[in-house]
Design a protein around this ligand. Structure first.
Ligand code: PLP
Length: 422
């Protein structure tokens, strides 16, 4: 599943002893495995080879430039949700014709930039947004290609915060509204309506909700055909779950076997936009034990990473496996004990694990917080004026900096003191 493995009880990323990286880079840091990253991308490519979809990696999962470039160089496109991601996508070398742009709240300026670059599709989420894209395209004398994001109203059985395809969610258009828009599409002089898009949620471990959503959308496409409206392209979104703990998510092959038969009967060009599946297990967060603290009720392991580095446990109660980099310390024993692994931040929600049985650790030990490649660094902040962690990529027997650790200067670079306070 990934290239973080023990050799002689020391955790390696591909061919590199991770503790050696920690010595040079200091902690905390994110570590990505190049081969795991590309391996997951290839799994999707091969599972879907009969339909040859465009896979647009969802940058929100992790927009590190090195990581995006590694994928883009293998032919991957990118799914973006902001002007900032467009900027980074282009810097990563992604051809605009492989960029799709979702988001319920694209600003006029963001739309202008994306129209000017002639991206593949705007995944449009409301009627008002269509009006605005049309106006902007007209203003700058271009046509924009759009795909309507449909909310298929299915239950993906994931955390409520990452459920996106139910009608109570803010995303997409209901079928009736989408149909009305498409019936009157000629009023949008500068838009080319080419596709439909669905994305029903994230960390979905079962393929059935996709099959359900697909059934609805294919029936809708048939209905449109009867109205004389042709659809060229279908974006079936991302959302594929990964293993964090004991879940048994669908594999790429199982996913393809659920959705490909229906898709192969059509001439639709297919887009996928997975994030977590590609990068989730390709990254870990390495942190050092600062202090051990016993209270009458708890054993705390206080580490040097915090919720500002990885917010998933605090935000969603998410589980991340925590492993020692050195499984067999020179001194002491590893008899497991029940601990809370917590960060240094002034919030009781700042934790990575609660009441977890972990092999006994001591101060100074290095720990790997596993499966942290997706929605880890991309959700990081400078809360408590903490420096955002460094990011490192391993390829084979070498490691490379993929982002420097923040400096104190980075914390104040943009702050301004008004004249009257000087
Ligand atoms: N596409 C859209 C529109 C999304 O909102 C998201 C994530 O929320 C994704 C793709 C990627 O999801 P995941 O990382 O679960 O594959």
């Amino acid at each position: 599943m990934h290239d973080f493995k023990y050799k002689n009880n020391r955790m390696f990323c591909e061919g590199v002893d991770i503790a050696d990286i920690a010595k040079k880079v200091s902690t905390p840091f994110y570590l990505y495995s190049y081969s795991t990253l590309l391996g997951h991308y290839q799994k999707l490519v091969s599972a879907f080879r009969l339909k040859r979809p465009l896979i647009c990696y969802s940058m929100k999962a992790n927009s590190n430039l090195a990581l995006c470039r590694a994928l883009v160089k293998k032919g991957c496109g990118l799914d973006i949700v902001s002007g900032g991601e467009l900027y980074k996508a282009l810097l990563a070398g992604c051809p605009p014709k492989k960029i799709v742009y979702a988001s319920v709240g694209k600003t006029e300026e963001e739309i202008r930039q994306a129209v000017a670059k002639e991206i593949l599709f705007f995944n449009v989420e409301s009627a008002s947004e269509l009006e605005l894209i049309n106006k902007v395209a007209k203003d700058i004398g271009k046509n924009a290609s759009v795909s309507l994001r449909i909310n298929p109203d299915v239950e993906p059985k994931t955390h409520a915060y990452i459920t996106t395809g139910k009608l109570t969610n803010k995303f997409g258009l209901d079928l009736d509204t989408a149909r009305q828009i498409l019936r009157h599409k000629d009023k949008f002089s500068h838009l080319k309506f080419k596709g439909l898009h669905i994305h029903i949620g994230s960390q979905i471990i079962d393929a059935k909700p996709y099959a359900q959503a697909l059934k609805k959308i294919l029936a809708f496409i048939d209905k449109l055909k009867k109205d004389g409206i042709g659809i060229e392209c279908l974006n079936i979104g991302g959302g594929l779950g990964i293993i964090y703990n004991e879940e048994r998510p669908q594999t790429a092959k199982e996913f393809a076997s659920q959705v490909l038969p229906a898709l192969r009967k059509t001439s639709l060009k297919i887009i996928l936009e997975p994030g977590r599946f590609i990068v989730g297990n390709a990254g870990i967060l390495v942190t050092k034990v600062l202090y051990l603290k016993k209270t009458p009720l708890k054993n705390f392991v206080i580490v040097d990473a915090g919720m500002n580095d990885l917010i998933r446990p605090s935000l969603y109660g998410a589980y991340h496996e925590i492993l020692p980099l050195n499984r067999k310390p020179e001194t002491g024993n590893r008899k497991p004990e029940k601990v809370d692994v917590v960060g240094p931040i002034c919030e009781s929600g700042d934790f990575f694990a609660k009441d977890r049985q972990l092999p006994k650790v001591k101060e100074g030990d290095l720990l790997a917080i596993m499966s942290a490649g997706a929605y880890g660094f991309s959700m990081a902040s400078n809360y408590n004026c903490r420096l955002k962690a460094a990011e490192v990529m391993v390829k084979g027997n070498s490691f490379y900096m993929a982002r420097k650790r923040d400096s104190y200067l980075d914390l104040v670079r943009k702050d301004m003191i008004p004249e009257f306070l000087k």
